[in-house]
Design a protein. Structure first.
Length: 275
């Protein structure tokens, strides 16, 4: 889950702006939380179909989170009343589950964050509903490629800006827009922590990456121009030009020679093309 660059009220006093370095116990905790997040998203694959209600999908997320011994980190976060964010077509992020039903041809992002034993497993992925047009499928494919190209830059000695530069280069090379208003973030014991992971950046800039850093990479890529706007509900962000938007998100930890992705799908269902 992304946020505007402000500190949530329930994290004030805990987030001090420093980038934390974590040890083996923390990596183990993040593996468990990340795996639960991935298993929840895997379970939704056959359920995301034409006619499905987004609040029913949210109910599945809540039940699976609780059954897994965790709680949904979004439930009650800054007054949010749901266990996931479900963003359809031109909704960039933070779409609110409701009685709205999915339609043939929709593209959908579902974002979950189980809080398991004090650790946050934050992940989102795209789902294709029925017969999706080629231009929408291509947007989804390129967005996943952007995520993985960014992750490939996440290694000791690199700079945080290297991640955003790789994402921006690939997205704009395909004539897509990279959303600037939202970013990835540090996480672990906190839902949102330092550093902020910008998805359009200059290579060689930003903090040096060191073993033990935890953060999300979660590029939001628009079929049209980058700007977004926030709706009156205070949560839902949409593209200003109403073009389609796609997003993928993984939580990662920097290791001694690269990074570990905590939220990979056990079934390989977190990337296109989908079965």
């Amino acid at each position: 889950m992304t946020q505007y660059q402000t500190v949530a009220h329930d994290e004030t006093g805990l987030r001090d702006g420093t980038i934390k370095l974590h040890g083996p116990e923390a990596f183990a905790g993040m593996r468990r939380a990340g795996r639960l997040a991935a298993e929840i998203l895997d379970a939704l694959v056959p359920l995301v179909r034409p006619g499905a209600r987004t609040d029913d999908l949210d109910d599945v997320v809540r039940r699976m989170t609780l059954d897994g011994g965790a709680v949904p980190a979004t439930l009650g976060y800054r007054g949010y009343a749901h266990s996931s964010c479900i963003s359809i077509n031109h909704v960039v992020c933070h779409g609110i589950p409701s009685d709205k039903t999915l339609k043939d041809g929709d593209i959908v992002n579902i974002d979950v964050t189980p809080l398991l034993d004090g650790w946050h497993g934050d992940s989102s992925r795209m789902y294709l509903v029925g017969d999706v047009p080629l231009k929408a499928r291509r947007l989804v494919e390129v967005t996943h490629e952007c995520l993985m190209l960014g992750i490939a830059q996440a290694k000791p000695g690199a700079r945080l800006g290297d991640i955003g530069a790789a994402i921006q280069r690939h997205a704009e090379g395909n004539r897509y827009g990279v959303v600037r208003e939202f970013c990835g973030h540090g996480l672990g014991r906190l839902f949102h922590d330092a550093p902020e992971v910008i998805h359009a950046a200059r290579a060689g800039t930003g903090p040096e990456l060191k073993p033990g850093m935890f953060f999300t990479i979660e590029p939001m890529i628009n079929l049209g121009k980058p700007p977004v706007k926030l709706l009156e509900d205070g949560w839902t962000a949409v593209t200003r030009d109403r073009s389609l938007s796609a997003q993928f998100e993984h939580s990662i930890g920097i290791t001694g020679d690269g990074c570990e992705i905590f939220t990979l799908s056990p079934q390989g269902l977190d990337k296109p093309p989908y079965a």
